[in-house]
Design a protein around this ligand. Structure first.
Ligand code: GDP
Length: 461
């Protein structure tokens, strides 16, 4: 059973809980203005009949105690964030003060808002669809220009409109089929199957594009999963330390001492590298080290980028180079020829020939090659950026699942067409695809799903 009602008047601290110039307690719901009147004194008198869409300066009162001065903003339904009457009490921003102000508002009849409840109401009142509501969360949580710009694009509704475009095309075909079934005398389905096949193919291609874009987006959002590989003692930990700018990993003279896979984030331009440090990959009798190696290989298989390190000061064995070649073959990879501050013993010609890559001169000791490495990473991943150079909204994990579901249903339609099934059988799968896409924007979204999405918000949003 739900513990709250959607027509309660809700309140929460909507600004951050750190000391700041301004802090905001937001109140939303049918009683918002009344509650504000009970808590604000303007011009020495209790506020009465606060008008919507006005700004007032007053004192926040708890009984006879003046809590703070405040600017009071009022907004009338439906032209507010939530679509309800909204009052924002903007006082000074201090955690203790804000809690007192919030308590006063609760005492005056508001209920504490659930996490994400303001935005949930915006969704329920049609101010935004579900994917736009998710974008609010992404925008607030953004840490880079990519995250900000793509969340903003999603908030503007461009992602929803792409989805809605696909929905309307599917709906059009379904409506046509149903009409044809109802009125076979006037609506002919001759040649229709081929036409539908072409439409479905086109929609599936667009879905495939969106899935690919989401995969690219993961790299920009979560970061480029990067694994540093190479034989023991080539300098993997030292390189990790250099890139992280700290002494995070333990650097040793003894081969095979880095056993756990550490992962840390480092910024490269607008990208994030998620750097995993791994034990040297080599044959080992030492169980603990072997676990490290297995972890390293597993990490490397799932990685977006491999930095394969070769020691410039040692003659690289044929076997080591074969190993390097194996790892860099099917991956985005950069070959680092480390320790170039020492006299060179490695045969660069052989390295080039066997691995098929041009090694990048590097020194974890002097920092040589670091800038070149970053430039190379940016070049490698820049082709994942949208051709327009603009960051666009991309499907999140929930959307991806629905896109895949829709695609499966559309594949069934294609199969049915290919098998020459009667037209009226296509509609079920078409409607399944339609429903999956509808759930992305929140039409046909179950209450449980809506609850789950908004529960990920934090207080005051
Ligand atoms: P890992 O086993 O591949 O992680 O290698 P480490 O990072 O532990 O380094 C092994 C040894 O090589 C340590 O003594 C490091 O100080 C040394 N080392 C690493 N990188 C360089 C470098 O660029 N130049 C020099 N001269 N020594 C390095």
């Amino acid at each position: 059973m739900k513990q709250y009602r959607d027509d309660d008047t809700i309140a929460a601290i909507s600004s951050g809980m750190t000391e700041a110039g301004i802090g905001i307690v937001r109140v939303s719901g049918p009683e918002a203005l009344k509650i504000a009147e009970k808590t604000v004194r303007i011009g020495g008198k209790p506020a009465s009949d606060l008008q919507a869409n006005t700004v007032h300066v007053g004192l926040l009162m708890q009984g006879d105690t003046v809590l703070d001065q405040a600017v009071v903003l009022t907004m009338r339904a439906p032209k507010s964030y939530t679509g309800e009457d909204v009052v924002e009490l903007q006082c000074h921003g201090g955690p203790y003060l804000l809690r007192r102000v919030l308590q006063t508002v609760l005492d005056a009849g508001a209920r504490l808002a659930m996490p994400g409840e303001f935005t949930r109401r915006a969704f329920l009142n049609g101010r935004m669809d579900l994917s736009q509501a998710e974008a609010v969360m992404d925008l607030i949580g953004s840490h880079s220009e990519y995250e900000r710009a793509s969340a903003m694009d999603q908030l503007s509704g461009s992602f929803s409109s792409r989805i809605n475009d696909l929905r309307s095309r599917i709906l059009y075909e379904t409506a046509f089929l149903e009409a044809a079934v109802d009125d076979p005398e006037h609506i002919s389905t001759e040649g229709y199957a081929e036409r539908l096949a072409a439409v479905v193919k086109e929609i599936r291609a667009q879905i495939a594009d969106m899935i690919q874009a989401a995969e690219n987006a993961r790299v920009f959002k979560a970061g480029i999963r990067t694994v540093i590989l190479g034989s023991p003692n080539v300098g993997k930990s030292s390189i990790l330390n250099l890139l992280l700018g700290s002494e995070r990993a333990i650097v040793t003279e003894i081969p095979g001492t880095t056993r756990d896979v550490l992962e840390e984030a480092v910024r490269v331009g607008d990208l994030t590298l998620l750097l995993a440090d791994t034990a040297g990959i080599r044959r080992s009798e030492d169980t603990v080290e072997r676990i490290g190696i297995e972890l390293a290989e597993k990490k490397a298989e799932a990685a977006d980028l491999i930095l394969y390190v070769i020691d410039a000061a040692q003659p690289a064995s044929q076997q080591e180079l074969m190993q390097a070649a194996k790892w860099v073959k099917n991956k985005k990879a950069i070959l680092l020829l480390n320790k170039t501050d020492l006299p060179q013993a490695a045969d660069v010609g052989a390295i080039r020939e066997i691995t098929g890559l041009e090694p990048l001169s590097f020194s974890a000791r002097t920092g040589e090659g670091r800038k070149e490495l970053y430039d190379k990473i940016l070049t490698i991943f820049s082709d994942m950026l949208p051709a327009s150079g603009e960051y666009e909204a991309a499907a999140n994990l929930r959307h991806l699942e629905e896109l895949r579901t829709a695609d499966k249903s559309l594949a069934l339609v294609e199969e049915a067409i290919a098998a020459g099934m009667p037209e009226d059988l296509f509609t079920i799968d078409l409607m399944d695809a339609y429903t999956a896409l509808s759930r992305i924007v929140g039409d046909a979204a179950s209450e449980a799903l809506v609850d789950e999405i908004f529960s990920k918000f934090c207080m005051g949003k």
